[in-house]
Design a protein around this ligand. Structure first.
Ligand code: AQP
Length: 333
């Protein structure tokens, strides 16, 4: 029986942070035996907002090193850079031609990222069509994403159905797969906004995967909490900071909600909670950081892994594009 195909992407838009790891990368690693996996460093997506050319190259390589260091195994999955497989952009153009602008204008992420901006790039609006191309090109049926990306996968489904209706069955219909836990890690400086790579340079906002133990401890100790001292999950909005810390502890340890809370029954307040949370984060990230450093010191090996990943992806993408072009009526080369 063939394994079901999975596609997921991550943008090299800043230093990879704990939310990316717990909400996405960790799950990819845990399930890589069960599926036919394509994991993509979506560098073209990152360009929808300005990236400093002096940093971008490093960010792409650093992200690749983190993915392998976190445990993605090239024998079990294709890890590759989006711009190394030109068919992503090519399919995006063809899908643009059947996607109504109104579908894109109502995307929440577009509205959030464009609001208050003097000038908004066409790329920002078109981001979900490129994402649909990433997914449909491989006939991926499962798309693991954080809950913030669910709307984009739903749009990919709409685009898929529209194309299939116009030109006949061509693409497999993808489904978003949202992790139950770790779906949203919040900023340590503000537990009401999600932790983000592009804010990871802001002091106290995020833990970066490459942070030292001291940096991790300092950031967690500074995490915003309320003025209470009860360490429990709660729907009270004031508890958002504590929920975030407990949630991180829960995802990393894999304990049940009840067991997580029972660890803190006799704690002497939030100070104890923060130290325990920092300890589990440090233990989880330390081996990744070590492997990351080894990979960054061996750029030829990293390039080789990425080029093998791109080759596997390209072999599927090229075949799919031939089919798509035929369906549309374009002339083969
Ligand atoms: N805070 C988070 N909690 C849980 N999951 C998260 N993800 C991102 N932040 C969190 C998940 O990480 C994957 C890769 O995300 P992405 O790079 O494609 O874009 P993003 O969601 O926009 O991530 P960032 O870190 O917030 O980047 P910027 O700052 O560039 O916007 C996705 O599966 C995402 O859900």
């Amino acid at each position: 029986m063939s394994l079901s195909r999975v596609f997921s992407g991550i943008q090299p838009s800043g230093d990879v942070q704990l939310g990316n790891y717990l909400g996405a990368i960790k799950g990819w690693v845990d399930r890589q035996d069960e599926k036919d996996n394509f994991f993509c460093i979506v560098d073209l997506h990152a360009l929808t907002v300005y990236q400093d050319p002096n940093n971008l190259n490093h960010q792409i390589k650093s992200l690749a090193a983190i993915l392998f260091a976190a445990g993605l195994d090239p024998a079990k999955c294709s890890v590759f850079i989006q711009s190394h497989v030109k068919e992503h952009s090519e399919l995006c153009w063809l899908l643009n031609c059947i996607t109504p602008i109104g579908w894109l204008e109502r995307m929440t992420q577009y509205k959030d990222k464009s609001s208050g901006q003097e000038s908004v790039s066409t790329g920002l609006l078109d981001y979900p069509v490129l994402m649909a191309s990433d997914i449909l090109l491989y006939d991926a049926v499962e798309v693991p994403v954080g809950d913030d990306q669910k709307q984009h996968v739903e749009l990919a489904r709409d685009i898929c159905q529209r194309f299939n209706n116009i030109y006949g069955d061509t693409f497999a219909l993808p489904e978003p797969v949202i992790p139950n836990i770790g779906a949203r890690v919040m900023g340590f400086d503000n537990p009401l906004i999600k932790m983000s790579k592009s804010y990871s340079h802001i002091r106290g906002h995020a833990i970066r995967i490459i942070d030292t133990e001291d940096e991790i401890l300092r950031t967690v100790k500074r995490a915003v909490t309320d003025s209470g001292n009860e360490i429990k999950f709660s729907d009270n909005p004031d508890n958002a900071g504590v929920n975030n810390l407990l949630g991180i502890y829960k995802v990393i340890t894999g304990e049940s909600t009840k067991d997580v809370e029972s660890n803190f029954i006799n704690s002497r307040g939030y100070g104890d909670l923060k130290i325990k949370v920092a300890e589990v984060i440090i233990e989880e990230l330390q081996p990744i950081r070590k492997r990351y450093r080894d990979l960054m010191e061996n750029p030829d090996h990293l390039d080789k892994l990425l080029s093998e990943g791109a080759e596997k992806a390209r072999s599927l993408a090229e075949k799919k594009m031939e089919i798509v072009k035929n369906k549309i009526g374009l002339v083969s080369r």
